[in-house]
Design a protein around this ligand. Structure first.
Ligand code: TXA
Ligand code: MG
Length: 302
């Protein structure tokens, strides 16, 4: 199906991707159309080995080091695209760069190996909606816009890859993700922040994103009676959470549960309150997704 230009739901260790052949202009156009994604927001291209990635982009020393240590895995590198890459321009939204990742999920790796194509794959949800961490979420979001979903069960990490712009000596963290800042900085030193004078580097880093329908309130210790409460570790107030990201306060378990639990509460409540989640490790990615999900609620002032 991928060779015929169709779109396939692909499990990865982070979230399910909506995969299409990154060298096929029709497949890439179909990805943007299926998601209702603005065409200025570039896609991540997945390849099955570091060597395959080297053919598509120019690697700086910091990029080499990150790729050697963290691929396959939940790390995306933004690099300068080689003219010979064969990646269609639209996949990178016309930018001279390309976002590359070698996923660790065995099903994703096998699919990449069998197709022998670089696969463009954004998260398999409608633009701005919650990311899918189960095959059923992909069908709920995209229905017949996706030809086939490979069901490999729940995604083990549950939040998207960390995105690093590694084109300069001091790499920039564009999106915190399933590999922590601490791990990345341990390899290449302190990261620059994306919110500098350079403006929006990743067009997808729009403030509102990953949004449920419900109104979302963050860092809540005492939820209101009509709110669905998403807890983290035993709630100090004694108020029972409707769902708990991790009763034992395990940040990896919390990341894996995040999008699925938000979906579940969104189906039951018009208002959701979320307990504070610490910023350490994957907590940075969890808090980033929660802040973006809550952005509309803040703007509305409701
Ligand atoms: O974990 C993940 O990264 C998942 C799985 C499926 O691999 N994919 C994913 O894709 O989260 P998506 O499209 O939902 O998010 C991709 C992000 C967007 O914020 C986009 O702006 C950024 O990557 N991006 C892609 N290409 C870029 C580029 N050339 N320069 C800067 N940012 C880029
Ligand atoms: Mg996404």
């Amino acid at each position: 199906m991928l060779r015929a230009g169709k779109l396939v739901g692909m499990p990865t260790e982070t979230v399910y991707g909506l995969a299409g052949d990154a060298t096929d202009p029709n497949a890439v156009a179909a990805i943007y159309a299926a998601k209702g994604r603005p065409r200025i927001n570039p896609l991540i291209v997945h390849v099955h080995t570091f060597d395959a990635a080297l053919e598509l982009a120019e690697f700086t020393p910091s990029a080499m080091r990150l790729a050697e240590h963290l691929w396959p895995g939940p790390l995306t590198l933004v690099l300068t695209r080689r003219p010979s890459s064969g990646i269609v321009d639209a996949a990178a939204a016309g930018l001279p760069s390309i976002a590359l990742r070698v996923p660790a999920h065995p099903v994703a790796l096998k699919l990449l190996r069998l197709t022998q194509r670089p696969l463009a794959a954004p998260s398999a949800n409608l633009s701005e909606e919650l990311s899918p961490t189960q095959a059923a979420h992909v069908i709920e979001s995209l229905g017949e816009r996706v030809a086939l979903v490979l069901d490999a069960g729940p995604c083990p990490a549950g939040v998207e890859s960390a995105i690093i712009d590694a084109r300069t000596d001091r790499p920039t963290l564009l999106r915190p993700g399933a590999v922590s800042r601490e791990t990345i900085e341990g390899l290449v030193g302190p990261l620059s922040s994306a919110h500098g004078s350079q403006g929006i580097v990743a067009p997808g880093m729009m403030r509102r994103h990953y949004a449920p329908r419900a109104h979302l309130r963050l860092n809540v210790l005492a939820p209101e009676p009509d709110e669905g409460y998403l807890g983290f570790s035993p709630p100090p107030s004694g108020r029972q959470a409707h769902l708990n990201l991790s009763v034992h306060g395990d940040i990896h378990e919390a990341a894996a549960n995040l999008f699925g639990m938000l979906r579940a509460l969104d189906a039951r409540f018009a208002r959701i309150a979320v307990a504070p989640v610490p910023m350490q490790g994957l907590g940075e990615a969890i808090n980033d997704r929660l802040a973006r999900a809550a952005a509309k609620s803040e703007q509305d002032g409701v």
